[in-house]
Design a protein around this ligand. Structure first.
Ligand code: AMP
Length: 582
């Protein structure tokens, strides 16, 4: 326990619904993944995420139930029932087939949170193609690297975001189709592109879903490593089994819940928990196209009577900044359960929930590669503020020592690992099987995180094992930023670190040395900033750039980011004997 933050008993934030996990230990003992398969509809072992999420409900009792309540950035509301979703996704599936997209091909999505993004996602899955979403705040460079790595054949985008694709199109030989969702923003679609409405409007509302099995590819999300370009973590259709189960048991869904996941579908939380978990459980999801704003967010909860809310620590810290009073000025009494993921949630954040909405915030942990939540603070279990909770029943998450042995002693730091074999485990890094294999050692999947476990099995996050930067819950590869910087003629070398930040946990900070003939000046720094923002986009570009004379390096020339970070933070530089050494 963290001093000053005692365990929060269950009586605080009294549950308004009986928890789906009444007894975690008993459920853990008796867990059988086959029981979850039974709850889904998988005739002859066939399984398709779109069927489990949409058609299963549309063909049954939930046909007229709202799947999506969409609020546009300018506050128009559109509601789509499960039956509407089936028709719209069938139309997209037919449209994609009509332009020759085949099973297994990679189709990218680059759009803000508009209904067509959701229709397209499931239309892609219905034809058995691989759905690969991109964050709309990426610049052309990260978009190019990701499409290129996956040899994407198609991008579905909007007029507003199209210039980013046009900037890189000639560098992407695999890209055959650019589909533009033109009917909301209006405007003409160029001859080189395909208008969404021109192929979707005339398409039939009937479609027979491609016969996909458990191990057929479904979704690819990109994640960042310390070295090399982003990796495409590829998932299969049976991932829905984990996503459905964690929706039911961690998000604690009841049939009458109104659920809001604030994550953007460009990142894995926005698909696993913005689409797959809620739709497979048949609940109603609120989707807000607008950006963050404390008042706006409270109004969304108030106006749509949100009951279950899944958000992120950076957002919670921003809400904290605006004060609990703002929350109290709204009627948030519909809320029964609030969760957070993506970065460590400080204990102050957990407890602040009580001050603002009479509900503590439940932290949980997972990552792109795991596809679904691996450990959590459950509604039925006391919260230990600062801890990510206990393993999901049916998943073996633990900490191991340097030899890969499970650490028996409580409170001892080790590598956070998972026993392979859960349904939503990623199956490869696209075109990089070697890197995938390197994550599995001694029968464990190594997550890249460090953690400890207390005597009662609660897991506490201690940090990452690598230099990957976590800014506002989004992982950024220092390599990707360094590569963009050195493309600028003034930059000789670059080293990039995550600098601690009160709100975003970390922000990207770059150190550069200058090429001969260039001198530091405010104009040069502005030009570098512009260069990064244009190429990388605001989600990845460095917040700070500093010019230095020399970058610390190993003998083989590897930039020592850890030393840069220690210097930045004024910390002991530690053992520098490896400086100029490997
Ligand atoms: P991503 O693959 O982009 O979803 O990022 C996953 C990484 O974010 C994890 O490996 C952790 O480093 C971090 N992370 C996610 N959730 C938490 C959490 N609840 N507490 C601490 N770190 C987290």
């Amino acid at each position: 326990m963290i001093e000053g933050y005692p365990e929060i008993p269950k009586t605080i934030g009294e549950l308004k619904a009986a928890p789906q996990i009444p007894d975690w230990s008993a459920m853990r003992e008796s867990w059988d993944w086959d029981d979850v398969w039974e709850e889904l509809d998988t005739p002859d072992g066939l399984i398709n995420k779109a069927y489990e999420c949409i058609d299963r409900h549309a063909d049954g009792a939930r046909a007229n139930k709202a799947a999506i309540i969409w609020q546009s950035a300018s506050n128009e509301i559109e509601t789509y029932t499960y039956s509407d979703m089936k028709k719209q996704t069938n139309k997209v599936a037919n449209a994609l087939k009509s332009i020759g997209i085949e099973k297994g091909e990679r189709v990218f999505l680059l759009a803000d949170r508009i209904p067509e993004l959701y229709f397209s996602c499931f239309g892609i899955l219905k034809i058995g193609a691989i759905m690969a979403p991109l964050f709309s705040a990426f610049g052309p460079e990260p978009i190019k690297d990701r499409i290129d790595r996956a040899e994407g054949c198609t991008v579905i985008t909007t007029p507003k975001l199209l210039p980013k694709i046009n900037a890189i199109r000639d560098q992407l030989p695999s890209l055959r189709n650019v589909i533009v969702i033109n009917h909301r923003e209006g405007g003409d679609v160029a001859d080189s592109d395909i208008s969404y409405s021109s192929i979707v409007d005339p398409a039939s509302e009937e479609f027979e879903i491609e016969k996909t099995g458990a191990e057929d590819w479904s979704v690819m999300h990109f994640t960042s490593g310390t070295t090399g370009l982003p990796k495409g973590a590829a998932h299969v259709h049976s991932a829905i089994v984990s996503q459905y189960a964690t929706g039911k048991y961690v998000l604690d869904f009841n049939d009458d819940d109104i659920y809001w996941c604030t994550a953007d579908p460009g990142w894995v939380t926005g698909t696993s928990y913005g689409m797959f978990a809620p739709f497979s459980n048949g609940v109603t999801s609120v989707i807000d196209e607008g950006g963050f704003g404390a008042k706006r967010w409270y109004e969304v909860v108030q106006n749509h009577k949100v009951t279950v809310w899944y958000t992120a620590p950076t957002a919670i810290r921003l809400l904290m900044r605006s004060g609990a009073k703002v929350a109290r000025e709204h009627d948030l009494s519909s809320l029964r359960y609030v969760m957070s993921v993506g970065e460590p949630l400080n204990p102050e954040g957990v407890v602040w929930g009580i001050e603002a909405f009479d509900l503590p915030i439940h932290d949980n942990w997972w990552q792109t590669e795991t596809g679904a939540i691996m450990c959590a603070n459950y509604p039925s279990m006391p919260i230990r503020p600062g801890s990510m909770g206990r393993p999901f029943p049916g998943v073996h998450v633990t900490v191991v020592d340097d030899e890969g042995n499970e650490i028996a002693e409580a409170e001892t730091e080790g590598a956070l690992v998972v026993k392979p074999g859960w349904p939503s485990q990623f199956r490869t890094y696209w075109n990089d099987q070697e890197r995938y294999d390197s994550r599995f050692i001694n029968g464990w999947y190594y997550t890249g995180d460090r953690a400890k476990m207390d005597a009662d099995g609660y897991i506490w996050f201690l940090g990452r094992d690598d230099d990957v930067i976590n800014t506002a819950g989004h992982l950024v590869s220092p390599f990707e930023v360094e590569s963009a910087l050195i493309e600028h003629e003034a930059v000789a070398e670059a080293g990039v670190i995550g600098k601690p930040d009160e709100v975003a946990m970390e922000v990207v900070k770059a150190f550069v040395t200058l090429s001969d003939g260039f001198e530091e000046s405010p104009e040069l720094l502005r030009a570098l900033n512009r260069h990064c923002r244009t190429r990388l986009g605001p989600a990845v570009a460095p917040r700070e750039i500093a010019v230095i004379d020399i970058l610390p390096k190993t003998r083989s020339g590897k930039i020592m980011r850890r030393l840069l970070k220690a210097r930045e933070l004024g910390l002991d530089e530690g053992d520098t004997s490896t400086l100029e050494d490997d």
